[in-house]
Design a protein around this ligand. Structure first.
Ligand code: GLC
Length: 526
């Protein structure tokens, strides 16, 4: 029998490097900061760490605009500190993923500079250039994820170039074999340094429609719409999730298999069917399902977000569940803020941690953090002015302990403000305190590890006769959560293995589940 891959059931932890821990006092988190806090991750029970980009970058999009994929920006350290980190992570039995950004580069990347400087040179075709439409406007109707048209005009050559994100992030042309060769080198470079795999940024992007046809438009776009409303005004059938991207992933999979490395896509798609198309079993080993990280506390929508991928993705162990990311408002904030938001966030996590697949925490989620406060004058996210608000609130520094900058940095003025945290938010305060969020998440991860074999059975959605209570069964284990604002009694009995609340109540006709309570049970007599 073939051994299961090491990432089966792994608990991942995403580190927003710039805000995790700063050891050199420049106000920006760094690689040695990650190394310094491996205890925290190890104690929490994390198997797998993903760190956001540390490559040289002009920081138009805080590192997702890369100028050199095979180097470390001195802001964060150097290749020696990187190698040391890999070694320290491995010594603790954990694994490390780096962020691969293949959909686009920085506008300052030497490839793009050459592409621009010499329209007849070999680098021109690394990117997507087109003549203007007959009216002089953009070549098609594609919009950027960040709002506005996905095309910018290059005056000297009289052509437009494509960018699904900022104009400073031109999209690569994945129909050019030279781009494949470049990225094979980049993957090998990091694999040879010992990384355990890659988080693939914008995995739904990469190859575009050969004819760059316009997308069908569903609704008119007006300037008052936020960036996601603009995006949702189109059917994205030609710009993203093109079948040819699977060939790229299959090639990378072959390359990674020699290193036993994991490819996990930022498969940012609107439907579970699209996620399934991105996970055919021959390319990416796993893909993030981002819906639970984007929704507010709406029971019906949350139920769909949990059940739809189970129904659509053929191999459910390839789903990477996530309730919080660097790009979205934190769940405790989306779910109402304060302790109520935190409780709801833990209840959702209890379900996600029960389902087949991988699961990722985003730094600070284990502390129950709400979004940090960033005054308007301090906002840095390039999309901070979007009506939806920017991403700065989810990216304020990690609060390690009470004290200046909550011990994120010795610098009194870190790159983003500390977010207005409280002592209770810190790792130092929560560690070892029985009822703290940190200890509740630690216990949740421990239960997941302890029930690994019992959870091997496939997950079945259990109908308890109400939409307000969500329940899943795997073998004899059940996870149940109440999304309603009142207690609900469900006809279940069993041994309680995990409970988000301090007490449990049994009624004559079953388990009483309170508002935002989640319970993990081994069915049988209670
Ligand atoms: C991904 C990243 C996001 C970035 C974008 C463009 O969505 O998570 O932070 O802005 O890609 O690279």
């Amino acid at each position: 029998m073939q051994a299961l891959p090491w990432w089966r059931n792994a608990v991942g932890y995403s580190i927003y490097l710039r805000s995790f821990a700063d050891t050199d006092g420049n106000g920006v988190g760094d690689l040695r900061g990650v190394e310094a806090h491996l205890d925290h991750l190890d104690d929490l029970g994390v198997d797998l760490i993903w760190i956001t980009p540390f490559y040289p970058s002009p920081l138009a999009d805080f590192g997702y605009d890369v100028v050199d994929h095979m180097a470390v920006d001195p802001l964060y350290g150097d290749l020696d500190s990187f190698d040391e980190l890999v070694d320290k992570v491995h010594r603790r039995g954990m694994r490390l993923l780096v962020d691969l950004v293949p959909n686009h580069t920085s506008i300052e990347h030497p490839w793009f500079r050459q592409a621009r400087a010499d329209p007849n040179g070999p680098h021109r075709d690394y990117y997507l250039w087109r003549d203007p439409a007959p009216d002089g406007g953009p070549p098609n109707n594609w919009v950027s994820y960040f709002g506005g048209p996905a095309w910018s005009f290059d005056l000297p050559s009289g052509q437009y170039y494509l960018h699904l994100f900022l104009p400073e992030q031109p999209d690569l042309n994945w129909r050019n074999p030279a781009v494949h060769t470049e990225f094979d080198r980049i993957l090998r470079f990091w694999l040879d340094r010992g990384v355990d795999g890659f988080r693939i940024d914008v995995a739904q992007g990469l190859v575009k429609d050969r004819g760059l046809r316009s997308n069908p438009q569903r609704a008119p776009v007006d300037v008052a719409m936020d960036r996601l409303q603009q995006w949702d005004a189109f059917d994205h059938i030609h710009d993203i999730v093109q079948p040819e991207s699977q060939e790229v992933f299959a090639g990378w999979r072959a390359l990674c298999s020699a290193y036993d490395a994991l490819l996990i896509g930022e498969t940012s798609v609107a439907t579970a069917e699209a996620l399934a198309r991105m996970l055919p079993g021959t390319g990416l080993h796993s893909g993030f399902w981002l819906s639970p990280a984007q929704l507010d506390w709406e029971p019906a929508a949350l139920r769909r977000a949990l059940t739809a991928p189970l129904a659509s993705v053929p191999d459910r162990t390839t789903i990477a569940w996530v309730a919080s990311t660097l790009d979205e408002k934190r769940p405790a904030t989306r779910f109402g803020g304060g302790d109520r938001g935190r409780r709801r966030s833990l209840a959702l996590s209890t379900l996600l941690f029960f389902l087949p697949g991988l699961v990722f925490l985003y730094q600070g989620e284990e502390l129950g953090l709400v979004d940090g406060v960033v005054p308007p004058g301090r906002r840095l996210d390039p999309i901070a002015d979007d009506p939806s608000g920017g991403r700065d609130g989810a990216r304020t520094p990690m609060p390690w302990a009470s004290g200046p900058s909550f011990e994120f940095s010795t610098n009194p003025d870190p790159w983003l403000p500390d977010g207005g945290r409280d002592t209770c938010d810190t790792v130092g305060h929560q560690r070892g305190r029985a009822a703290s969020w940190l200890e509740r998440y630690r216990a949740l991860i421990a239960v997941r590890a302890a029930t690994g074999a019992e959870r091997e059975g496939d997950a079945e959605v259990v109908d308890l006769g109400t939409d307000d209570v969500i329940a899943f069964r795997r073998g004899r284990l059940m996870a149940v959560a109440n999304l309603a604002e009142r207690p609900m009694t469900v006809a279940l009995r069993g041994e309680v293995l995990y409970n988000t609340h301090d007490t449990i109540e049994w009624a004559a006709d079953g388990l009483v589940v309170r508002e935002a309570q989640a319970v993990l049970l081994r069915e049988g007599r209670s």
